[in-house]
Design a protein around this ligand. Structure first.
Ligand SMILES: Nc1ncnc2c1ncn2[C@@H]1O[C@H](COP(=O)(O)OP(=O)(O)OP(=O)(O)O)[C@@H](O)[C@H]1O
Length: 453
């Protein structure tokens, strides 16, 4: 399976936009066109690793495109989308060489599940950066536990790197070639979490137009991360426990048990024992999940990590903004970073570094470029020079464009923090539509910017 590029062909503008949003948010690299003819032009100049196309379009349509691919680029898998009325076309399409088809309307998960069979999302290689003795010891332990199949509970304060550690365990396990599926139990509304985890059969509830595999099934052969597991309600905890004990899952409205071959990791930023004692988390589930506990200390308790992490984040964000040379942290900046308490841990450091990259004179990041979360951001201190941008570009225009984009990113991140992640509120506050916000966030993710859940 490659981390390749996907070509989406759909003539219905709003459907194409919605599909694109779904694919971009899931971190797929995606190009969209509105006809089979345009698709062929694109295919002649760019290479793609998967084509998803509507069948019924003006011109040669999806079947014509499929024929073209069969004759010219037979290695590229094609997934066709059909309306119910043209199901016969779909059968024909499979005979002609399409790898599968999606009957409209379909849930986003159905699309993502199909796509994940052929492409991997562009996941940045999130290797944990560590230098402090405490973190080095934690990483060693994580490597040891990775080689077993034990359930792991990763604890630590918010933003400390729990998901990074979970990915590291997956990457160092024998399941490395399988999927890594993460689900944030706190971010999904309670009434949808069960269907998202367990999947459902067609017609099992209003709106279940088509059968949909759940996260358990999507993680087959790989690892499932249950992020913020303590936020799951008690009745769902009981169902989760049953799945973990029996190692099989039944979709909502389904009668068939599906055997599972998955490893489960979970994270929490709460004091687990206290949550169990308060009756909000089942004790039996606690023991089932907590086979091997790993805990990140807060960033202030592992000070030797701060500067290596800051430099790593500088390199990450600098590369994404196309900087040719990275500014270095001068002594005053280092001192400022080392003396802050970092209540928001690495995520807070990440925000600070993104701001510093906007404020820097280019060669050095100095103390005054380090704007901590407790301060107000004064970005509009007059024009900021960007001497590091490639000099053979139309420099002023490019720098201005990049700067505006960076400012937009900061504003979106700040507003997300202010609204505690509520997309609806953020869109209202910024005076843009929810769709535009989703699109902008997808682009930001694409650039490697972490968006708070
Ligand atoms: N050791 C590390 N090395 C590199 N990047 C890190 C490290 N720790 C955290 N990060 C970065 O910091 C950000 C927050 O990390 P992550 O999402 O793993 O934290 P978390 O503890 O799971 O947060 P939350 O509790 O809010 O879910 C991410 O951008 C991540 O890439």
């Amino acid at each position: 399976m490659s981390e390749g590029k996907l070509l989406l062909v759909e003539d219905d503008h709003s459907l194409r936009e919605a599909l694109l949003d779904t694919l971009l948010l899931a971190q797929y690299e995606c190009v969209d066109v509105c006809s089979a003819e345009d698709a062929i032009i694109k295919l002649k100049i760019e290479s793609f690793d998967l084509v998803i196309s509507d069948v019924q379009m003006e011109g040669i349509g999806g079947i014509g495109l499929l024929n073209y691919l069969q004759q010219n680029q037979a290695q590229v898998p094609v997934l066709l989308m059909t309306a119910y009325a043209t199901i016969d076309n779909a059968v024909n399409a499979i005979k002609l060489g399409a790898v599968d088809y999606l009957a409209k309307p379909f849930a986003p998960e159905v699309l993502l599940n199909q796509v994940s069979r052929y492409l991997k999302p562009k996941i940045a290689q999130n290797m944990p950066i560590v230098a402090d003795e405490k973190s080095l010891a934690l990483l060693k332990l994580a490597e040891k536990v990775a080689s077993s199949d034990a359930s792991v509970m990763i604890m630590g304060p918010s933003g400390s790197g729990k998901e990074v550690l979970a990915r590291y365990i997956h990457q160092n396990s024998s399941r490395d070639n399988g999927p890594f599926i993460a689900i944030n139990c706190a971010a999904i509304p309670e009434n949808m979490l069960e269907a998202t985890l367990f999947g459902y059969e067609k017609g099992s509830f209003t709106g279940a137009y088509q059968a949909c595999p759940g996260k358990f099934e999507q993680a087959q052969g790989g690892t499932l991360l249950l992020d913020e597991i303590t936020e799951m309600d008690l009745s769902l905890q009981a169902k989760l426990l049953r799945v973990l004990q029996e190692r099989e899952v039944e979709r909502l409205g389904g009668r068939k048990s599906i055997k599972l071959n998955i490893r489960v990791l979970a994270t929490s930023n709460r004091d687990l024992k206290a949550v169990v004692a308060s009756g909000k988390f089942r004790e039996d589930l606690y023991y089932r999940i907590n086979v091997f506990p790993l805990t990140w200390p807060s960033l202030s308790q592992r000070p030797a990590d701060i500067l290596p992490l800051a430099r790593h984040l500088l390199a990450r964000h600098g590369a994404k903004s196309g900087l040719l040379e990275l500014p270095s942290l001068d002594e005053t900046a280092c001192r400022r970073l080392l003396t802050h308490r970092w209540p928001g841990n690495v995520r807070e450091l990440d925000n600070v570094i993104q701001r510093a990259l906007i404020l820097t004179n280019g060669e050095f990041i100095v103390g005054s470029d380090i704007i901590l979360d407790t301060q107000e951001v004064h970005i509009s201190q007059g024009p900021v020079e960007h001497p590091l941008h490639s000099s053979n570009k139309p420099a002023e225009l490019d720098a201005l464009g990049d700067e505006l984009k960076a400012q937009e990113h900061v504003i979106i991140l700040e507003t997300l923090n202010m609204c505690q992640g509520s997309r609806k509120l953020v869109a209202e506050k910024l005076g843009i539509s929810a769709r535009t916000l989703r699109y902008k966030m997808a682009k930001m993710r694409d650039m490697g910017i972490e968006i708070p859940a």
